[in-house]
Design a protein around this ligand. Structure first.
Ligand SMILES: Cc1cc2nc3c(=O)[nH]c(=O)nc-3n(C[C@H](O)[C@H](O)[C@H](O)COP(=O)(O)O)c2cc1C
Length: 190
């Protein structure tokens, strides 16, 4: 069982990084092989809508996204992680998602599977927001669920915590870390 955490926050060691680490600790405790990709450490050019992917289902842009395509092929569980920024996911997570347009093209233009079918993939979403405002996570949820639908990944749930702003404030939350840990355990159990 391979579990890939995709960290979308620009703040290293921030609140979502902490939750992701707990999730992966839970998954590793169940024997999963865990890995983290920090999007902010990578170069991911935004999709250029060149439609080159309509021909072969591959993106012509040679940057770090190529590594992520490989990782997605080899992963059973994907944990997408991002704080809310201006009501949505971070720019780096959105760039990664948009670059999956070539996987969309495989499915809807070329009529093949977006990813290999050797694995039955699941995804989990973790997010935090500074404010406590109703509907704060809705835009991110819509984007992440759409990504899952397009890539034929089962959406397996989310952990959404509001009212968390300062770096490390999540450490004072009564049960968020425990919930992240338990979610990691659950997803790693299949
Ligand atoms: C550019 C930017 C935009 C933000 N936009 C929102 C927002 O729309 N709503 C909100 O509740 N918090 C917003 N926040 C606050 C973050 O969601 C919050 O600080 C979060 O705890 C950061 O998580 P991190 O430490 O994992 O990066 C924003 C923060 C930044 C830097």
């Amino acid at each position: 069982m391979k579990v890939l955490g995709i960290a979308g926050s620009p703040r290293r060691g921030g609140n979502t990084d902490i939750l992701l680490a707990e999730f992966l600790k839970g998954a590793a405790g169940k024997g999963a092989d865990v890995k983290t990709i920090r999007l902010n450490s990578l170069k991911i050019t935004p999709c250029e809508h060149c439609d080159t992917c309509f021909k072969e289902g591959k993106c012509r842009i040679q940057d770090d996204m190529q590594k992520i395509y490989d990782e997605l092929e080899q992963t059973d569980v994907i944990v997408l992680v991002s704080p809310v920024q201006f009501m949505g996911p971070t720019a780096s997570l959105k760039a990664m998602i948009d670059r999956c347009q070539c996987l969309w093209a495989r499915k809807y233009v070329l009529r093949v599977s977006p990813l290999n079918t050797e694995r039955k993939r699941k995804a989990f979403f973790i997010s935090v927001s500074g404010a406590r405002i109703k509907g704060m996570f809705e835009p991110s949820l819509a984007i992440v669920k759409t990504w899952c639908r397009v890539l034929d990944i089962e959406y397996a749930g989310e952990l959404l915590i509001s009212g968390i702003d300062g770096k490390g404030a999540i450490l004072r939350h009564p049960d968020a870390l425990q919930k992240a840990y338990e979610s990691g355990q659950k997803l790693a159990e299949g």
